[in-house]
Design a protein around this ligand. Structure first.
Ligand code: SAH
Ligand code: SF4
Length: 441
């Protein structure tokens, strides 16, 4: 088959999907493809899909329909969370040309054109990405999840946990920093389970966080220290942490590593023990609250953010009131609140989705109201203070924007700063999810 050499990628979903799309772009450009201006103009359209909620899945059906109508000759490659779902394959059938499990990315050319290439990388994570931003880069440290939370499709979609060797991660970080990158975001489904595949006992897969007295094994804390030791002026972020695996060692490391941002994203999912147990989260609300206590003791300035699901099957009003309590007690800086969406193949799919849509919406709004209050209260502490900001871009009105180490969005008034610069900003105004200030240095 003759190659038509333009591509376009549509990405839906999380940071991991965005990062995967960067590797797909790198792979395609390495194979002679050039970026087209839209999915309607491209010869090859890649859909990096998300299956976490039904709404994300529905967007994929919409895109496939649009491409088939407006660009019928394009080849469609579907990857991400939906690529191995039999029901999705049945529904889209012939409309999709290649169903690509992301781990098979190195074989995409042979799937498309029957080509065989020498020296193919064994793991897709070894493929050189085409980064979307020069300032901030996602660096995957692994892929997959072994946790099987009852509501979640990710372990089925991405398979078991596989981690990258630390030396490969460090090389990617060093190369990025040398090119002027100012922020490294280490990503995996559960970063706390990281273990260096070369230093471990031969298996790259773990069911729980590696032990702390580990005869030289590089766990996530040690990896963070090594990334922190890479010379250069840059920030380090990471996501996502699982509360069951957040160790004292990790909290201490985050507090002691100067480049690591004091922003902890720790998904709670619920504040009620019965619901947490039904979700198979393997911790209690008390454990979660205790972790936050330890984090705040080690880092009083740290921003705490979370993910929550409202209306899990059987969640009573009383049980939901424990999530309200959690919100009032922790005083989150940000929360991603999702209404429970049944996912085919998961353990919770067998349970009756018995909280009505209206009630889920009501619960979401109730939490949002508390969140807006606590976020505003937290932001008030910044008023009149000077804080470091990484400039990320300019708005249409030529206003400059950036964010703090605690991940607060900042509008920088009347200033001539460049994207990628670290500047000192005196905060003059705060809102719930953003603030404003003037450059002082
Ligand atoms: N690995 C991460 C999150 C991955 S999925 C973690 O453990 O936290 C991202 C978020 O989507 C989850 O934190 C959860 O809040 C939400 N989510 C996952 N499955 C869902 C479902 N079936 N319905 C609603 N929200 C869901
Ligand atoms: Fe899904 Fe739970 Fe794994 Fe996160 S830890 S990806 S919520 S199964």
């Amino acid at each position: 088959m003759k190659k038509n050499k333009t591509y376009y990628i549509i990405t839906i979903g999380c940071q991991m999907n965005k990062s995967d799309s960067e590797r797909i772009a790198g792979y395609l450009e390495d194979n002679g493809f050039a970026l087209a201006s839209s999915e309607i103009k491209a010869n090859l359209v890649v859909l990096t899909t998300c299956g976490v909620r039904q709404s994300a899945e529905d967007r994929v059906y919409g895109f496939v329909g649009k491409i088939k109508k407006q660009n019928p000759k394009a080849k469609i490659i579907l990857t991400g969370c939906l690529s191995d779902r039999q029901d999705v394959r049945k529904r889209l059938g012939e409309q999709v040309d290649v169903w690509l499990n992301i781990n098979d990315l190195p074989k995409l050319m042979s799937k498309l054109f029957g080509e065989r290439k020498k020296n193919k990388p064994t793991s897709y994570l070894k493929i050189k990405p085409k980064y979307n931003s020069k300032i901030s880069a996602f660096v995957p440290i692994g892929n997959g999840c072994d946790n099987f939370c009852a509501y979640c499709v990710v372990p089925y979609a991405r398979g078991r946990e596989i981690y990258r060797p630390a030396q490969e991660i460090l090389k990617e970080v060093k190369d990025l920093v040398a090119k002027g990158c100012k922020e490294i975001v280490l990503i995996a489904q559960n970063v706390n389970s990281y273990v260096d595949v070369l230093k471990s006992t031969g298996s790259s897969r773990r069911r729980s966080a590696p032990p702390q007295d580990d005869r030289g094994i590089i766990n996530f804390s040690k990896l963070l220290k090594k990334v922190n030791d890479v010379p250069g002026n840059f920030w380090i972020r990471f996501a996502t942490s699982h509360p069951k695996d957040m160790s004292d060692e990790l909290i201490k490391t985050i507090a002691n590593c100067q480049k690591v941002c004091q922003h902890i994203h720790l998904p709670a999912q619920a504040g009620d023990d019965k619901i947490l147990s039904a979700m198979n989260r393997k911790y209690t609300a008390a454990h979660y609250k205790n972790l936050i206590k330890k984090i705040r003791k080690a880092m009083p300035e740290a921003a705490i953010t979370t993910d929550i699901i409202v209306g899990f099957p059987g969640e009573t009003k009383k049980q939901f009131s424990n999530t309200i309590k959690l919100f009032k007690e922790i005083k989150f800086d940000m929360a991603y609140i999702a209404q429970y969406s049944p996912r085919f193949g998961t353990a919770a799919f067998k349970l009756k989705d018995n909280v009505s849509r209206e009630e889920k919406k009501r619960r979401e709004e109730e939490l949002m109201k508390i969140l807006r209050k606590t976020a505003l209260e937290n932001n008030k502490k910044y008023l009149g203070k000077t804080t470091e900001v990484l400039v990320s871009g300019e708005s249409k009105k030529r206003e400059q924007y950036g964010y703090t180490k605690t991940n607060k969005n900042v509008k920088i008034k009347m200033s001539n700063v460049k994207s990628g610069e670290f500047v000192k900003v005196k905060i003059t105004k705060v809102e719930d999810f953003g603030m404003e200030g003037e450059r002082v240095a």
